[in-house]
Design a binder for this molecule. Structure first.
Ligand code: ADP
Ligand code: F6P
Length: 479
């Protein structure tokens, strides 16, 4: 049996899957690998004065974990720089926040080469390699250069930008060409797949075939939409644990005369937190009957704090939260509790269950797993209402949520009000439809669909990189 080798920037230890590990990718992969005889390779999150290429390898719960340390300059240029100051804002349609620097491109190419250098020594001839996310787009190209002939798939956890936005990236064609070294490309939704195909046809003059494969640069690669899910079974079990029940009791007792509205996000400008706070302000201002009858809990874990745009959003959110509490708070009512920390999954599950409204209103999001977790945690006989942005990938699947435009504070405020006043019968009806989707399209279904498609994909015959790329040397993301 061939092994599945998962590669991602961040690695979460499977034994910590129940802990306070933040990020959709890590949660999904920890769940998936526990059921697979897999290897997980990535960055340790640590720095080292000099890169050694020697991975730290250990076995845990049947999974081999191999991590490498990176140099501080790597982290600055590759993770903070190219990944999170260039690709992340661009792919989330925020070109106003994109700050391209040549050194970022160099660092990105260097780290991908370092990943490949170390990884190739871990790979057996029958292994399938599954690379995750925007940090590692050039990895297959680097592995092919080193002669690897294995099947390699790539899954993008974030949106793919519209063609006109993509062309604002210096050397965008080189980045896209690197994707053609994979055998299979996976996107979260048909929308992001369409956007990628649009780039291939409009910018590259490439072709889309009936079987979903795309051709450009003299190569053909399969591409499809594989919506990610959560480990629904384990999440519904977690809700029944003593810790989750205690957390539920605490949240319910604190809000005994009040309906709880809640959000759980990393602090990221893509999550629409400022707009969400504005919508809550709108709700209280235009519906004074809700004052002291609702409480909004926003759990917001600090994220990517070395990147300027993340420091800025954090400062602004502190200001808005303070203003809302100053404007509406009373001696015994805090309208908005804004908490900057991570919680264990069981604690989180209990609070989800206690919340009458789950607010998931990103301005742009690849999928958004919080929406699915909120649904999975509900009490079937008295469920809460999910208010979901139309710009989250999850909106494609979760059609019986209250779908909102997160840019309109009135629209979101109206949806919160509708959720707060919705009959139990309607809440149950909507939740049942959502829950059956969360269960059917869970993390195992996602993994199995991707792996089956990768197994079925043809390993490319010409393993050498295209002549154009070879002439440019290593992936030329710098000018
Ligand atoms: P992203 O991958 O962009 O962070 P997702 O909604 O897809 O967004 O995934 C976020 C994941 O991180 C979810 O599993 C969520 O439960 C978890 N998470 C987010 N914030 C916290 C927090 N403060 N404490 C614990 N887990 C969190
Ligand atoms: O889901 C998108 C993603 O960027 C993942 O790749 C990542 O693990 C998660 O968000 C959290 O981001 P970070 O790893 O930068 O903390």
């Amino acid at each position: 049996m061939s092994r599945l080798v998962v590669v991602s920037n961040r690695v979460a230890m499977p034994e910590n899957a129940g802990g306070a590990s933040v990020g959709g990718l890590t949660m999904a992969l920890a769940a998936a690998l526990q059921q697979y005889r897999g290897v997980w390779f990535g960055w340790s999150g640590e720095t080292t004065p000099t890169f050694t290429g020697e991975p730290h390898v250990r076995e845990t719960s049947g999974v081999t974990i191999a991590t490498i340390d990176l140099e501080a300059q790597d982290v600055q240029e590759y993770y903070n720089g190219y990944a999170n100051t260039v690709l992340w804002p661009l792919f989330h349609y925020r070109i106003d926040l994109t700050e391209y620097e040549r050194a970022f491109g160099e660092g990105y190419a260097r780290v991908n080469s370092r990943f490949a250098e170390t990884l190739q020594r871990q790979i057996g001839p029958d292994d399938m390699i599954w690379v995750h996310d925007y940090h590692l787009i050039p990895l297959a190209q680097e592995l092919r250069r080193r002669g690897l002939k294995n099947r390699i798939g790539f899954f993008l956890h974030i949106p793919w930008p519209a063609c006109q936005l993509m062309t604002t990236l210096p050397h965008h064609q080189d980045l896209v060409e690197a994707l053609f070294a994979y055998d299979l490309l996976g996107f979260q939704t048909q929308d992001w797949l369409n956007a990628f195909q649009g780039y291939v046809t409009d910018e590259l003059g490439g072709e889309i075939h009936g079987d979903g494969s795309v051709s450009a640069f003299g190569r053909t690669v399969r591409a499809g939409a594989f919506p990610i899910g959560i480990d629904a079974d384990s999440f519904t079990e977690i809700v029944k644990t003593p810790a989750a029940m205690k957390s539920y009791d605490r949240a319910a007792a604190t809000n005994v005369y009040r309906d709880l509205i809640m959000g759980v996000d990393r602090i990221d400008y893509s999550k629409g937190l400022e707009e969400r706070f504005a919508a809550y302000d709108q709700l209280l201002r235009t519906n004074p009957e809700f004052k002291e009858r609702v409480a909004y809990l926003q759990i917001a874990q600090v994220s990517r704090s070395d990147v300027g745009a993340y420091q800025d959003i954090r400062t602004r959110l502190n200001g808005v939260a303070g203003r809302i509490n100053a404007a509406y708070g009373t001696v015994d009512w805090t309208p908005l509790r804004y908490v900057n920390r991570a919680y264990d999954r069981d604690v989180l599950a209990g609070v989800y269950r206690a919340a009458r409204i789950g607010l998931v209103t990103p301005l742009r999001d690849g999928m958004n797993l919080v929406a699915k977790e909120y649904v999975a945690a509900q009490n079937p006989s008295d469920p809460g209402v999910l208010v979901l942005s139309r710009f989250a990938g999850a909106a494609r699947q979760m059609k019986t949520a209250l779908i909102v435009n997160p840019y309109s504070r009135e629209d979101v405020a109206d949806a919160i009000k509708r959720g707060l006043t919705m009959s139990r019968a309607e809440r149950i009806q909507r939740w049942e439809a959502l829950m059956s989707g969360v269960e059917a399209e869970d993390v195992s279904a996602w993994r199995d669909a991707f792996v089956a498609a990768l197994e079925a994909s043809q390993s490319p015959t010409g393993m050498t990189p295209s002549r154009a790329a070879a002439q440019r040397g290593n992936l030329a993301l710098t000018s």
